[in-house]
Design a protein around this ligand. Structure first.
Ligand code: AMP
Ligand code: ZN
Length: 112
């Protein structure tokens, strides 16, 4: 499968990793939209949040459990945003589930 984020997980595509555990990886977004912009992805290929099920619930739990510590290590504890885009209308361009962590500035209250 030709998936950029699977390539980042395996190390065949370079990235600036900020966190890794058994089930997920976090790395800096190539095109940051805030002073802190990191993506957290499951190591397992899951296309989007639409694909979440009982079978991969542990992968999602690992990501959500890791996020506060990642935010803290990036200096944005207590003030940041987490976004996941789903499908064409949701603005998803990479078809491997990822949660954006955005922070380091007062973010707009608008979400679109
Ligand atoms: P989305 O629009 O939610 O699918 O977000 C995809 C994100 O992946 C965008 O913010 C891109 O800048 C980012 N991105 C694409 N390729 C890479 C890469 N090789 N390394 C890091 N971030 C990437
Ligand atoms: Zn993938």
């Amino acid at each position: 499968m030709d998936c950029i984020f699977c390539g980042i997980v395996s190390g065949s595509i370079p990235s600036s990793k900020v966190y890794e555990d058994e089930l997920c990886v976090a790395f800096r977004d190539l095109n940051p939209q805030a002073p802190v912009h990191v993506l957290v992805v499951p190591k397992k290929h899951i296309a989007s949040l639409d694909e979440v099920s009982a079978e991969n619930a542990a992968d999602i739990a690992a990501i959500l459990t890791a996020i506060p510590g990642i935010a803290s290590s990036l200096g944005v504890a207590g003030g940041y945003r987490v976004i996941t885009n789903i499908g064409e209308n949701g603005g998803q361009t990479v078809k491997h589930l990822h949660f954006h962590i955005l922070g380091g500035v007062k973010l707009s209250e608008r979400l679109n």
